[in-house]
Each structure stands twice: as C-alpha cells, then as structure tokens.
Design a protein around this ligand. Structure first.
Ligand SMILES: N[C@@H](CCC[C@H](N)C(=O)O)C(=O)O
Length: 257
C-alpha cells in the first residue's frame, strides 16, 4: 500500500501530515507513527498529524508525538490549518476539532492565527510555574536561556514525581523586554528539546504576561518568531487566547507500507 505524505514546519517544529479523510491510516499502529517520525529510519519529525472528516467541524486533527503519545499541539494545529487550506477543505477561516476540543483559526498569508482553549489559571510548581494550555507546561524563568542546560534540566523536571505518571513539557523563558521573551522547550513525547512548541510558548506568554501585567507577548524561539495575545477573566483564568505565527509546507512524498 502507498500513502501520500506532506511535511510541514511551524517555527521549526516539524510534522508529517497525512490527508486521512479516507481513514486508511490505522491510528492504533503506534509503531508506524514512531517509525515515520524517526529521523534515521523514517521521514523524521517531532510529530505526525492525520486530517480526518468530522460531521460537525471542517476537519478533525489527530496529533501524535514522535513516540506515538497524544496531546494538544499548537504548532501542529497551525500546520494542520495550512495543510487543510492546501487540500481545499477550508479557505481563510476554519472551525476544527483537536484532542482538547474545538478551535477557530484564521489563515492570513503565511501566518496562521489559532485560538487556543481557555486556561484555568497559573499554579506554582517546584518553585516555578505550571500552565495547562491543552498540554501541560512547566515554566521556569531563567537569565540566559541560550546557555541553559535545557535537555538535562528539562528531562529532570519532565520526570519529577510531582508530574507522574503523565509527565510535563518544560519551558525555559528569558525576559527580553517587558513584552518580549525567548523560550526554549523540552518536549514530552519527543523527549528532547524542539526548536519551538506552540502550547509551550502560549503557556510561557500567559505566565510572563501575569508577571508583567501584559496581555500581548512577542516570542522568540530557536526556530522563529511567534506572538500570543489573551484576555484574563474575573476568576484568574484566561480566554480569547491566540497563538500567531508561520506554517510552511516543505516536502511531499510517498510512504510505502
Ligand atoms: N509541539 C507541540 C506540543 C506537542 C505536545 C507535547 N509534546 C505533549 O505531549 O504535551 C506544540 O506546538 O504545542
């Protein structure tokens, strides 16, 4: 059997994308997901995304991390919106379903504006912060993120007993100005630092915004620039959260099964 695939990247977070409206991909075949994401023995990616039909939405995005586990992916969602437009499923605006619920998105040139799910609040954890943006994110503010041991410290926090058994993603955030940060992320499910993490920078922006009294934050990652804006509600939660940045098709090919 042959399956077409496309490769997308959103600020360097890269994904194998499959148009699975005919449901030929067996989503229970996690060893196939792992193999396709393997950078030596497969296509190579931080994650794999299936685009499927849904009766109540423009499409459903099914996201897998490179190890086959599932969670919400912000950059992957932005790439899924660009891919769905490429497939002709949507035009500039869409309403789609992901693992954490429904999302709106707007395609504006190479930029995808993605509405994230509401966030219930910011909690303290291990002397740092924790924010769930559809995926769990530990947030540590550091002085020089460029020189920070992201892999070692990220892995230690990811496996800390307080996050067991599910674990967490870990973000190291450096203040650049009152409304700009540099973020490096250790991603659960990739088990490494990625060049960018959409749910991670959203969590970082919310924690930073709370400290700086800002509701719009510019983000620098190793893979490029994003921005996040949001509104705080009366109960300490956050809504109207938008993650904005580029999504690009970089490759296409055939999977031989
Ligand atoms: N890269 C993603 C996050 C993917 C999910 C995460 N690794 C997890 O398992 O929680 C993003 O852009 O949000």
């Amino acid at each position: 059997m042959e399956l077409s695939f496309y490769k997308y990247q959103g600020t360097g977070n890269d994904f194998v994308m499959i148009d699975d409206r005919d449901q030929r991909f067996d989503e229970k075949n996690l060893s196939l997901v792992q193999k396709l994401c393997d950078r030596k023995f497969g296509i190579g990616a931080d994650g794999l995304i299936l685009i499927r039909n849904h009766a109540e939405f423009d499409f459903e995005m099914i996201y897998f991390n490179a190890d086959g586990s599932q969670s919400m992916c912000g950059n992957g969602s932005r790439c899924a919106v660009a891919f769905s437009a490429f497939l002709g499923i949507i035009k500039e605006k869409t309403h789609f379903l992901a693992i954490d619920g429904s999302h709106e998105a707007i395609l504006a040139g190479d930029q995808v504006e993605l509405m994230m799910g509401n966030v219930s609040g910011i909690t303290e954890s291990l002397g740092d912060f924790f924010v769930n943006t559809g995926s769990p994110h530990h947030i540590r503010f550091v002085e020089k993120a460029k020189d920070y041991p992201v892999f070692d410290q990220g892995r230690a926090i990811r496996y800390d007993a307080c996050y067991a058994p599910a674990g967490t993603n870990v973000n190291f955030v450096e203040k650049i100005s009152d409304h700009e940060v540099f973020v490096r992320t250790y991603e659960r499910g990739v088990e490494n630092e990625t060049l960018s993490c959409g749910t991670g920078v959203t969590a970082a922006a919310i924690a930073f915004g709370a400290l700086q009294n800002q509701n719009q934050v510019k983000i620098n990652t190793l893979g490029g620039k994003l921005s996040v804006k949001f509104q705080q509600d009366q109960l300490g939660g956050y809504r109207d959260i938008w993650l904005i940045g580029p999504a690009e098709q970089v490759f296409s090919g055939k999977i031989i099964l």
